[in-house]
Design a protein around this ligand. Structure first.
Ligand SMILES: Nc1nc2c(ncn2[C@@H]2O[C@H](COP(=O)(O)OP(=O)(O)OP(=O)(O)O)[C@@H](O)[C@H]2O)c(=O)[nH]1
Ligand SMILES: [Mg+2]
Length: 380
């Protein structure tokens, strides 16, 4: 009894000593000891619908290979050529696997008939991206059915849709607009890719490369949202991102990079000015900012980035959330992603589409005058 008491006392003493010793000898982690962010894709899945949606899925497979990909189409040939983990051919008894021929009502009907198969591919993930080109049959008609199915299961449906090219017939634009209205009701958040604007910028490129630029814009939307959930210093986890995107309406992702002197200022300006914002960003209800930098990223830089986004939005009530990633692989470089939700759509109420690019040039002063209190830093 006495022996065990003595033993306990000695043991306790040795333990305390060991802990103290450990405290003394344990190397103090250097302030920048931060692991490079790793992929966490189990919360996300992507569904490519129709031909444009399937092809975008192929592009995404090269960029974000770990994400589960599902392809849905009425077109058997395109479906066969799609790199997806699961594939669903819908409406084969009517279309004989040859596409919906630009008829979204037909696509909607056959998607509803295949609801069982669609439900089975809505897995454990919390956030589902739907990729499709609007203006044709399958992407326009089946996407709302898929979005409804996702939300009925309590998951988030995030649409990333390619708008038709200007030169396409009027009917395609009519379909795109009317199904966009539907999709704004069915999806939690909708991101639009203005194919035409991107195509014009890359008109000098061979056609497959120019088309790839459009797929790149759509898949970068997915990549950047997934990337936010990898933030490691100030965390924005999937739950926060999911709640941010919940019933968010029309949304936009802008990305900018800056290097060297005043890199944070350059990054935030590039994000807000050079993005393909096809609608008014000023009306945004919420903004989510993800700042990525190397070990030299300072609190001042992050502070000024957040402040300048607030100034840009010209709305005191805008709800802002922000996350920070320090990636040791980024050297003297800052990347800023700004996700805006609930943006205003002028043509949604019958007005014409506002071309943000023209605005940026015509009223450039307005943006350039944003006072960015970013300290001058020595180029290292
Ligand atoms: N970027 C890109 N856009 C495409 C591609 N194919 C079509 N589009 C665009 O997406 C819109 C919809 O076209 P599709 O995806 O072919 O249509 P769908 O959904 O397959 O519908 P159906 O063919 O009628 O069954 C078109 O109006 C084009 O603007 C593509 O391969 N890449
Ligand atoms: Mg098709």
């Amino acid at each position: 009894m006495i022996f065990s008491k003595i033993w306990k006392t000695i043991g306790g003493f040795l333990e305390t000593l060991a802990v103290q010793n450990l405290r003394m000898v344990a190397p103090i982690p250097p302030p920048f000891y931060i692991k490079a962010p790793s992929a966490s894709m189990e919360d996300f899945a992507v569904i490519g619908v129709g031909c444009a949606g399937n092809r975008t899925l192929n592009y995404l497979a090269k960029k974000l290979n770990g994400i589960r990909r599902v392809a849905i189409n009425t077109d058997k040939k395109t479906l066969n050529e799609t790199e997806a983990h699961e594939k669903i051919l819908i409406g084969e008894h009517i279309t004989r696997g040859k596409g919906a021929g630009g008829d979204p009502q037909l696509a909607e009907r056959v998607a509803k008939e295949s609801l069982g198969a669609i439900e089975r591919v809505i897995g454990e993930e919390n956030i589902f991206f739907i990729l499709a080109g609007l203006g044709g049959g399958t992407g326009s008609g089946a996407s709302p059915v898929i979005a409804d199915c996702i939300r009925k299961k309590g998951k988030k449906a995030i649409g990333v849709f390619l708008m038709p090219f200007e030169f396409e017939e009027g009917k395609r634009h009519e379909i795109a607009r009317s199904y966009l209205r539907k999709l704004l009701r069915s999806c939690d958040a909708v991101f639009l890719v203005e194919s035409d604007k991107i195509a014009k910028k890359s008109s000098h490129l061979p056609l497959p490369l120019a088309v790839e630029k459009i797929h790149e814009a759509a898949s970068s939307c997915v990549e950047k949202i997934v990337d936010i959930t990898r933030s490691n210093v100030i965390r924005l986890d999937t739950r926060k991102v999911a709640s941010f995107l919940s019933e968010a309406g029309l949304s936009v992702v802008c990305v900018g990079r800056g290097k060297g002197l005043r890199k944070a200022e350059k990054a935030v300006k590039n994000a807000l000015l050079n993005s393909h914002i096809p609608y008014e960003a000023y009306g945004a209800r919420k903004a989510l900012i993800h700042v990525k930098g190397g070990r030299d990223l300072t609190m001042d830089e992050v502070h000024d980035i957040v402040l300048s986004v607030r100034q840009f939005l010209e709305n005191e009530d805008v709800e802002i959330a922000w996350g920070v990633t320090v990636d040791p692989n980024l050297e003297k470089e800052v990347e800023v992603t700004v996700l805006l939700t609930g943006v205003y759509v002028p043509w949604y109420s019958g007005l014409e589409l506002v071309n943000m690019e023209t605005r940026a040039t015509d009223e450039g002063e307005q943006f350039i005058n944003i006072e960015l209190n970013i300290p001058q830093m020595e180029e290292r």
